[in-house]
Design a binder for this molecule. Structure first.
Ligand code: NIG
Ligand code: FE
Length: 418
């Protein structure tokens, strides 16, 4: 069945089929058609263009009797956001630590007191798989309504074999039961599990020799992740884990350079990571390491905003000719929001990206950073019809500029309104 979206004020984010990511200067441009239509067939974009005058609906674009029409009423139509870095499967929340943070404790100090990720792991341990799915689905519904059409979800609040598998099974269930495109990332090395305190090397053995084989056997992960940072896992430990994951053909996407210049970018590039994420603390050496690599530098401005730490140097990366992706990092400790429009706004307001750069960073480049830019992230014939329809807005810039105004009218995933 065909769906025809008509009266589109501006169709934004058009790319040709061969583009997988945008870097440097190319990030400055968002191709648009004003006064446009778009056709969806079997959940995919099958055509678009300028809308003819005196439109005859019955015969337009090969419409049949069962065709469905959606009036965009002069709004923008653009690809859904792709959120390539989240931790949305978690139990409860950490609102108590929010108070500690207001009182002046840093993320590292909260973690060092045994709070932080370990606090979430305790809560998750006490929560059944069904209840964890129910709580996570509330966040899934929330992000879909805000225009996210693809999401990467990490484990990493289990930190025991059984609890990591529990998390990954919940992620698989989300994949199977929602219209979102979901990728699962195994983050057993998010923190050292409580019962391994003081025995970090043995915990890394557990990740490599017990967790990874089970995860691979049950085909629960698309990617592997390590929190390679000061106070968490070292470059050597990261390399051990990535080496083992490579034996199972699991590609890395890693946490690097949030708390220190950790060497995480270099080890990520060495093991051909699809992305290295955070990058609040980087030097020219990281930019050099990323040149000529296929690794997407991904920054998480919601985390910088919430923790009050520096924002990544997105502008510098783009000026150096690199691509940049922006994701939400939705998690209970450092970024309790999955609002990608706010991420796009922070890209502009706090990282001084142009609206076009920020838009590309939240769509095609995040699609690349989660391995789906062949099927998502732009208006391209043959890609999934995961679309946002806005109310009429004066420009693309208005979307991040007036970032609290509720402009999203409709979200369409695989051709169906959610
Ligand atoms: O990406 N930095 C490591 N992991 C998450 C935070 C996890 C948590 O605090 O629960 C992040 O910021
Ligand atoms: Fe994260």
């Amino acid at each position: 069945m065909k769906k025809i979206i008509y009266n589109i004020g501006t169709l934004a984010g058009i790319l040709s089929t061969d583009v997988r990511k945008l870097e440097g200067e190319a990030m400055n441009h968002v191709e648009c058609i004003d006064n446009a239509y778009l056709i969806v067939q079997d959940g995919l974009i099958s055509g678009f263009g300028e809308q003819p005058e005196n439109l005859d609906m019955a015969s337009f674009a090969g419409a049949g009797e069962d065709s469905e029409y959606i009036d965009a009423k002069g709004g923008y139509v653009m690809p859904c956001f792709c959120d390539s870095h989240t931790h949305i499967v978690y139990a409860g929340c950490r609102d108590g630590e929010f108070r500690d943070k207001i009182d002046g404790l840093s993320y590292e100090e909260i973690a060092a007191r045994g709070g932080g990720i370990l606090n979430s792991a305790d809560l998750l341990h006490e929560t059944s798989e069904d209840e964890l799915y129910r709580q996570s689905m509330e966040r899934v519904e929330e992000i879909m309504a805000m225009g996210t059409g693809a999401v990467e979800i990490k484990s990493g609040y289990g930190l025991t074999v059984e609890d990591e598998l529990k998390m990954l099974r919940v992620i698989r269930r989300i994949k199977e039961t929602t219209p979102l495109t979901v990728k699962a990332n195994f983050l057993g090395a998010h923190a050292v599990g409580r019962s391994y305190r003081g025995r970090q090397s043995e915990y890394v053995d557990l990740v490599c020799n017990e967790m990874l084989p089970r995860v691979a056997e049950e085909e629960l992960a698309d990617f592997v992740d390590v929190f390679c940072d000061e106070g968490f896992f070292t470059v050597e430990e990261t390399a051990r884990i990535l080496e083992k994951a490579a034996e199972y053909g699991i590609k890395p996407k890693i946490h690097a350079n949030e708390l220190g210049v950790s060497g995480g970018v270099q080890v990520g590039v060495k093991y051909d990571a699809l992305s290295v994420d955070h990058l609040e603390k980087t030097t020219d050496a990281e930019i050099e390491a990323l040149r000529a690599s296929g690794t997407m530098p991904t920054m998480l401005p919601g985390c910088s905003f919430f923790l009050g730490i520096p924002f990544g140097n997105a502008k510098g990366y783009i000026e150096a000719g690199l691509p940049v992706a922006l994701a939400s990092d939705y998690n209970p400790g450092s970024s309790p929001s999955g609002n990608m429009r706010f991420v796009m706004a922070l890209g502009c307001i706090r990282m001084r990206l142009t609206p076009e750069q920020s838009f590309n960073a939240c769509t095609i480049n995040t699609a690349y950073a989660m391995g789906v830019s062949d099927i998502l992230g732009s208006i391209t014939i043959g890609k999934k019809a995961n679309l946002i329809i806005t109310r009429p807005v004066p420009s693309l810039a208005f979307i991040p500029y007036s970032h609290q105004t509720p402009v999203i009218e409709k979200v369409i995933l695989e051709g169906k309104t959610v």
